[in-house]
Design a protein around this ligand. Structure first.
Ligand code: PMP
Length: 754
């Protein structure tokens, strides 16, 4: 339909037509329309009508289709108010009139329907969205059995004929075309013959959906101009395409609409699966047609109404994992075999799992997908993941996934055979470390790594005593709980064992020493203990403390402490489980920021991007001491699949320049947090190194965790730590970027204000 063939009548013409054709003296105001002309006509008594002047190219039989449809709907109890058609004085329901261009235009008069467009309602409640779905389902029900020859037409807004819109893809810039491509490909794979058909409304856009002014429920659907015989589910797809516009969580909004619809007119499985493809196709068709129409009628503002929001929605949808929205809709409609309600999952957990396992957040999340720096829940919400340092190179990274599945399909066995993977991986891992760290042990977790480090140190020194930093956590085995003040001094802990010495955490914000000599004064405690205890087997320290509350040590602290420990015959263990693999930004390992070389480095969490792995790297000398005849065997440690995962992680860190990203993004975020602190006195300190940052709040634990909960409600995942549980931890996947930092900072601003 040619937009340029839209009628060009003015208000005076409209008033004249009302008088001449309908014998009514009414005041006219224009209403927006893409290709027709509509006028609101009213009189002094408040009576209101709509005068519709059809596009020059509109076929009479299509107007007849609309009129017959209104007549069909009138007696049906849909709960919706549809307009009534008013005949002209001549008795005609459709009257041809001559335009100023000499062409004939068809005029109709309809009664007014009260309500305001959905698009003008600021915030769409879940109830309103469900009402949209339910109302549309009732409408679709009412349409069943209605037939009209004109409905069997080829309409470019019919999603079956979206290929008419794809012809305009070439009008779009290359990058945008590429962004639409997967949605268009998806549309091409639709199995149309599995979708029930009927005459459908085909235009539940947010300007056509009328709701009550309070925005609680849907009253009517306007404009039957796109009515066509097509797949029924297209009606819902179109409604959700528009309901998703400008929503922070478009899939969650859409699933409310789908739920409302499904309750009234249950969707088949094929319809449920087609829904997202069709909704995205509608948005794509919309921007393609807009591009074409902008070319034909550059002045028509109506064309631009939904263009910008449609593009930003498409950008958002394009960033989602492809199968997630479909899975959310399958869950809503009861077609997901995996689906269980959050309540039933929580109940099953309580019944079957050890009760000492905790859940994050006061209302736990039910996450079903991870992708890059986001987590995706079962209800259609996406969360910016600011705390997951395990999904180091991004959740579900395709290269890691591919490496694991390829190797798993070939071979997975223990390390007692010759195999390329373990050698290749060890070589690459050693290459990241300074000499003399050159001997690798591969294990399955951070705890196993620290457990082995304990044994290495004890075998090498023949001693038992361990020095640790206050508030440290090194792992979940008995021996590691014994060297973790975080645990042995915490709830359920049995206190400090005799063989353990706890060093003050070198915290220059809250600890006892804060001045320029803080490093030496903290290190003096290590030297003092080394002197008075006869020397430790090992000094275990994270290179920046995680459980201690994201604490960065004063410059020189580790160098002085390591010197004292070594002078007393002990070895120095750097626990890099949280901090390693480029997170520090300036260096690959956090210990390098302190200018030291440990004797043993332990690794975990990020090493396999979620694949259970750990590693210990030490010196030849220590490894030889450990080689005392007792074999170190670890069934799964160093298996070819784990090595493939580890290699892929190292490759991605290198190829995607993630260490450099940690540096630049980390600096940007730190500057933003410092700025935030100037406006929010509750922020006591902000600190960070690369993408390992902390915000220390001057408040009680409960307030800090309330802030974390509020951030979750805004779609941002954070957590608290530190002995006072008042430090907000930030340690996101390393693909975290500038716009993610902006989102985090903006939402922290809001979260801190409320
Ligand atoms: N060391 C540190 C510093 C850790 O944070 C953790 C885990 N939180 C561990 C060791 C233990 O690692 P895992 O849970 O993989 O056994």
């Amino acid at each position: 339909m040619n937009v340029a063939a839209a009628p060009q009548f003015n208000e005076i013409d409209a008033e004249r037509l009302a008088r001449d054709l309908y014998g009514r003296s009414l005041h006219a105001e224009p209403l927006p329309s893409e290709r027709d002309q509509n006028f609101l006509l009213s009189d002094a008594t408040g009576a209101r009508f709509v005068l519709k002047i059809a596009n020059r190219d509109e076929a009479l039989e299509v107007l007849d289709l609309q009129n017959k449809l209104l007549a069909h709907l009138a007696p049906i109890a849909t709960g919706l108010a549809f307009p009534r058609l008013l005949a002209a004085r001549s008795g005609l329901e459709i009257t041809p009139v001559e335009g100023t261009d000499g062409a004939a235009y068809f005029v109709r008069l309809l009664s007014w329907v009260d309500g305001v467009p959905l698009a003008t309602i600021q915030s769409h409640s879940a109830n309103l969205l469900r009402s949209l779905g339910a109302s549309l389902a009732r409408f679709d029900h009412a349409l069943v059995g209605f037939e009209h020859p004109a409905a069997h037409r080829t309409l470019y807004w019919d999603l079956r004929h979206a290929s008419l819109a794809w012809r305009h893809l070439d009008l779009l810039p290359e990058a945008r075309r590429a962004m639409l491509r997967p949605f268009v490909d998806d549309w091409h794979s639709l199995a149309w013959d599995r979708l029930p058909t009927s005459v459908i409304y085909n235009d539940a856009n947010d300007y056509n959906v009328l709701v009550d002014p309070a925005g609680t429920s849907v009253l009517s659907f306007l404009d039957l101009g796109d009515v066509v015989h097509s797949a029924v589910v297209c009606d819902l797809a179109i409604a959700i395409a528009y309901a998703m516009l400008d929503k922070p969580d478009p899939i969650a909004a859409a699933s409310e609409v789908v739920d409302g619809y499904h309750q009234v007119r249950p969707l088949s499985e094929a319809e449920t699966d087609a829904l997202y493809t069709l909704a995205a196709a509608r948005l794509c068709a919309s921007v393609c047609n807009a591009a074409n129409q902008a070319r034909l009628a550059p002045g028509n503002v109506y064309l631009n109404i939904s263009n910008r929001p449609a593009w930003s929605l498409l950008e958002k949808l394009a960033s989602f994992p492809v199968d997630w929205p479909r899975e959310v809709f399958r869950r809503v409609c009861g077609y997901s075999s995996a689906a269980r309600s959050s309540a039933s999952l929580a109940k099953a957990r309580r019944r079957m799992l050890g009760p000492s396992l905790s859940l994050s957040y006061s209302e736990p999340l039910h996450i079903i997908r991870g992708w890059r720096q986001h987590l995706y829940d079962a209800g259609g919400r996406r969360y910016l993941d600011c705390v997951n340092n395990v999904a180091h190179v991004g959740h579900a990274h395709p290269r890691v996934n591919e490496a694991i599945t390829r190797q798993m399909a070939l071979l997975n066995t223990n390390t007692r055979y010759l195999h390329e993977q373990i050698g290749a991986y060890s070589e690459r891992l050693i290459a990241t470390l300074p000499a003399p760290l050159s001997v690798v042990y591969l294990v399955c977790s951070g705890s196993e790594a620290n457990e082995l480090a304990l044994r290495l140190a004890r075998a090498h020194t023949g001693r038992d005593r361990i020095f640790v930093l206050d508030a440290a956590y090194h792992g979940n085995s008995s021996a590691l709980i014994d060297i973790s003040p975080y645990k042995f001094n915490g709830k359920g802990g049995r206190g400090k064992p005799a063989h353990v010495e706890v060093m003050p955490l070198p915290d220059v914000y809250r600890g006892p020493y804060r001045g320029p000599d803080a490093a030496s004064r903290y290190a003096a405690h290590v030297a003092d203990a080394a002197e008075h205890t006869g020397g430790p087997a090992a000094f275990f320290a994270e290179s920046a403390s995680g459980c201690g509350g994201q604490i960065f040590f004063p410059r020189g602290y580790l160098a002085e402490s390591f010197a004292a420990v070594r002078a007393a015959g002990g070895v120095c263990v750097a626990d890099e489980v949280q901090t390693g693999f480029g997170r520090a930004g300036s260096h690959f390992w956090m210990f390098q920021t302190q200018g030291v070389v440990p004797d043993i480095v332990t690794m975990g969490k990020p090493i396999g991007n979620g694949h259970p792995m750990g590693a210990v790297v030490t010196t030849r000398e220590i490894a030889d001491s450990f080689d005392n005849g007792m074999e170190y065997f670890n069934t799964f440690g160093g298996n070819p699949v784990s090595c493939a995962a580890g290699l892929a992680v190292l490759d991605v860190i290198r190829d995607e320049h993630l260490q450099a990203n940690a540096l630049t993004t980390g600096e940007y975020l730190l500057a933003g947090l410092r700025d935030l602190a100037t406006r929010h006195p509750i922020i006591g300190d902000v600190r960070g190194q690369g993408l390992f940052l902390g915000i220390e709040l001057e408040c009680a634990a409960a307030q800090a965790s309330a802030l974390v909960d509020r951030m979750k409600d805004q779609g941002v995942l954070l957590s608290t730590d530190g002995p006072r549980h008042n430090v907000i931890k930030i340690k996101p996947p390393m693909v975290f970027g500038r716009s993610d930092s902006d989102e985090l900072l903006g939402k922290l601003e809001t979260g801190l204000r409320s």
